[in-house]
Design a binder for this molecule. Structure first.
Ligand code: ADP
Ligand code: MG
Length: 342
């Protein structure tokens, strides 16, 4: 009761990172309150959502035809409005109930290229989940703020966010985006390349989740000091029977060469298109690497070797964006001018 009153008077606020792979909710002073895959399972006969988040992800590749398992945000854009709306509403109301928040102010970070229609859809789902008002901020700014970069200064900062659907590179100065580019090559593309590699080299069909597990466990962008290996389970393309093969880190590295090169090229291209003054700043201060893809072993070394720029992986790259989104809610921090216009 006292808590409820306090929330009502003081007003706890909510920050949301609506990612292609994961959705996170964060409450300043409390921490991460929701961290689940951006997945929705829908019964196509009744059009009713039967599961979201972690539960829905376990349905992937296992659901009967009647149940469609969707990742409603693809390539950084909302591919399925209705499913996104239901997912956001559910996650927000989950956080609201968990902490007995009373109509919090919700800040959501969104991809750079978001359209007016998408903005409206995201806003409305936040309101339906119980928010009093919804403000939006673009992802690269949220990432830079989350990592404590000097975004308000006339100093160039470069951020590379490798998520599920997209890798987004941005140069920030004076609380604005000086340059940004997004490519549809990120974590999902790495998983798909791994799946293809096992088909072509071992005649083995493996699921999306298996490919991701293997990437996280033994994948690396450069040769490792200590070689890694593990068993990979799938289905033989020759006779359909369950089969396993022993894969090494080298297998996985070979599988990922192409998409990793595309990510390196994206960063090189961004440097080419940035003014010499800003490039000099970036050279002095380095690149900030965030998003789940930043956790790929040796990726920082590969990027740094290819571009001659020092690369820093944020301390917890899966949560940088949502923590930054939470920081802008603090009036005293002075980030009032970073929100997107309605
Ligand atoms: P988004 O913002 O698009 O939701 P995230 O920043 O949450 O994406 O990152 C999700 C991606 O990060 C997934 O493709 C996942 O496989 C990948 N990922 C997570 N942990 C690791 C890891 N340790 N090594 C490599 N990739 C990882
Ligand atoms: Mg993200």
């Amino acid at each position: 009761m006292i808590n409820k009153l306090k929330n009502f008077l003081g007003g706890k606020n909510l920050a949301m990172d609506l990612g292609t792979a994961n959705t996170l909710l964060f409450v300043p002073g409390v921490g991460i309150v929701v961290n689940e895959p951006s997945v929705v399972a829908v019964d196509t006969f009744t059009n009713v959502v039967i599961a979201v988040g972690t539960e829905a992800k376990t349905y992937m590749g296992r659901a009967p035809d009647r149940i469609k398992v969707i990742r409603p945000i693809r390539d950084g854009v909302i591919a399925d409005y209705e499913a996104t709306r239901q997912m956001v509403t559910l996650f927000v109301s989950k956080a609201v109930h968990k902490l007995s928040l009373l109509r919090p102010l919700l800040t959501i970070c969104v991809p750079m290229g978001i359209t007016q229609v998408e903005k409206r859809a995201v806003r409305e789902s936040g309101l339906q989940g119980g928010a009093r008002d919804v403000k939006l901020i673009v992802e690269p700014l949220a990432a830079a703020i989350g990592a404590g970069l000097p975004v308000k200064e006339p100093i160039g900062s470069m951020v590379l966010d490798i998520g599920g659907g997209t890798a987004e590179v941005a140069v920030i100065s004076l609380s604005n985006i000086a340059f940004s580019e997004s490519v549809r090559t990120a974590g999902d593309a790495l998983n798909e390349s791994i799946q293809r590699y096992f088909q072509e080299n071992f005649q083995l069909l493996i699921g999306e989740n298996m490919a991701e597990e293997v990437k996280i466990e033994i994948g690396s962008a450069i040769p490792l000091a200590e070689p890694l290996s593990r068993e990979v389970y799938g289905k033989s393309m020759l006779n359909g029977s369950p089969t396993k093969v022993l894969a090494t880190d080298e297998n996985i590295r070979l599988a990922m060469v192409e998409p990793l090169n595309r990510i390196v090229d994206t960063m090189k291209n961004a440097l080419e298109k940035t003014s010499p003054e800003l490039v000099a700043d970036i050279h002095d201060n380095g690149l900030l690497l965030v998003g789940g893809g930043a956790l790929l072993k040796g990726l920082d070394v590969l990027l740094s070797r290819e571009t001659n720029i020092c690369v820093h992986v944020d301390e917890d790259p899966l949560t940088t964006v949502v923590r930054g989104t939470g920081k802008v809610l603090d009036k005293k921090a002075g980030f009032g001018d970073v929100f997107l216009p309605e």
